[in-house]
Each structure stands twice: as C-alpha cells, then as structure tokens.
Design a protein around this ligand. Structure first.
Ligand code: C5P
Length: 236
C-alpha cells in the first residue's frame, strides 16, 4: 500500500488578505503551501517568509528556465528563503540541472528541487510547433529521466503520468501532482484529473490542490474531506 501523500495548497488568490484568511481557516491541518509566480511577483520574498513564519512549508513554484550559470545564480539568490520545494524546467538541459542539483545539495540542503517536464497545457501539436517530434509521453519520460539522472529529487507531473513515471524513476524521486479533484467537485479548467485516492494508489507523493479548497465555503472542511479520503485507504 502506498504511503499517504501530503496535500499542498496552491495559494492562487487575488491578494495577501485572502491568502491570510485561507491560511487561518485551514489551520494546522495544512502543512504545505504552494506560492506561484503570480503571488511571488506581487508579494515577494517577504510574503514567503510570512507564510513560513505561520508554520507552513513553502513550495515556491517559479519554474526557472535559463542558461546554467543564471539558473545557479538564481538559486543563490533564493538560498536564504525559508522554502522546502522549488521548481525548474527539465528542458533547461543536463548542465543546468546538474549545477542546480549540486548547488542545492551544498547550500540549500532542506530544499527539494522539482523538475517540470512538458507543461500540461501542451499537446502533441504544440510540441511539434516548437520542433519536438516525439510524443508527449515519450518527451515526459525523457525529461523526467534526465532530471532524475542529473540529481533533481522530484518531478511535477500530471496524475495521468504517474503510472508511467513511477516505475521509470528511483523510488527516492518524489512525484508531485496537480490536477486533483475530489469526487463530486468542480473540475474547472483541469481536464486530465484524478481523485486524491486514485493519485495515492498510482504513487503520488504530494498532491497540489487549489480551487477545490479555495472555492469551498469552508476551506477547512474541504481539506478535511480530502485528507479523510486519503486516509481511508489505510484504515479501510
Ligand atoms: O486550482 P487547481 O487545483 O487546479 O490548482 C492546481 C495548481 O497547480 C495551480 O497552481 C496550477 O497552476 C498548478 N499546475 C497545474 N498543472 C500543471 C502544473 C501546475 O494545474 N501541470
């Protein structure tokens, strides 16, 4: 039986006050918060510190992509931030990935680097339009293997990629998946989705969930429901 994945709340909200009220409402049951580009560019490192000071682990989703030297320097700039996860693009290539993995190991020992492979907004046609001729699945596998082989400790993947990536990668590589919808909730613009229980059974280590919690009139109840669904597999 797979272990119970942790829920990461995607804190995609319009301003800091809303973020604060959601964090207060979800309380101690919530351990992880994802801060993405929208929030980081608006509210900056001080807000990351504020969220960390409130007792949460912060997943900083900046999806870095640049030349190897700039990627490493970007990590250097983030090294003092209290974060637990950080994303970069696997397609930045082996040297960038190796240098970031090495820098993180030496200077950010508490940060799990996560590689993004093919953005889920891209389909076969979009991939071809940028000159990538392999199938989406093959490209995902190739970039995930490249990232893992370069020392990156985790992969962000769609739930439907879990079953192809879990057997391909060492067990120590963490799989972090968005696109999760509790049974009966609105799917929004997510198309390739799984329920929390399905994602657990397929080998996810962390579930990134936003709107099903944010849009609920009682965010704490939504989180409770998800965590109960995940735990039921163990108890039942
Ligand atoms: O609201 P929802 O549960 O769809 O939020 C999912 C979060 O995960 C959002 O922050 C979204 O940007 C992010 N994400 C995603 N699909 C990916 C990568 C990230 O939905 N492939």
């Amino acid at each position: 039986m797979n272990k119970v994945p942790s829920v990461i709340l995607a804190l995609d909200v319009e301003d800091k006050d809303r973020a604060r009220s959601i964090l207060q409402a979800t309380g101690d049951k919530l351990e992880w918060v994802k801060i993405g580009l929208q929030t980081y560019l608006r509210d900056g490192p001080d807000f990351v510190r504020e969220v960390a000071d409130s007792g949460k682990n912060v997943f900083l989703d900046l999806k870095l992509y640049d030349i190897p030297n700039t990627m490493e320097k970007a990590l250097e700039s983030l090294a003092d931030l209290p974060i637990g996860m950080l994303t970069l693009h696997a397609s930045a290539g082996p040297e960038a990935l190796r240098r970031c993995a090495q820098f993180a190991e030496e200077s950010m020992p508490n940060v799990l680097l996560l590689a993004v492979t093919v953005l889920t907004s891209m389909d076969q046609e979009t991939l071809s339009s940028i000159g990538v001729d392999s199938s989406v699945d093959k490209q995902v596998n190739r970039l995930a293997s490249l990232a893992s082989g370069s020392g990156i400790g985790g992969i962000v993947c769609s739930p439907l990629e879990l079953s192809q990536l879990r057997p391909l990668l060492p067990e120590s590589v963490k799989l972090v998946t968005p696109g999760i919808r509790p049974s009966g909730s609105q799917t929004g613009d997510q198309r390739r989705i799984m329920t929390p229980a399905e994602a657990r059974e397929t080998g996810a280590d962390y579930l990134v969930i936003g709107r099903p919690i944010l849009a609920h009139e009682k965010p704490a109840d939504a989180l409770d429901g998800i965590q109960n669904e995940l735990n039921q597999l163990t108890n039942g």
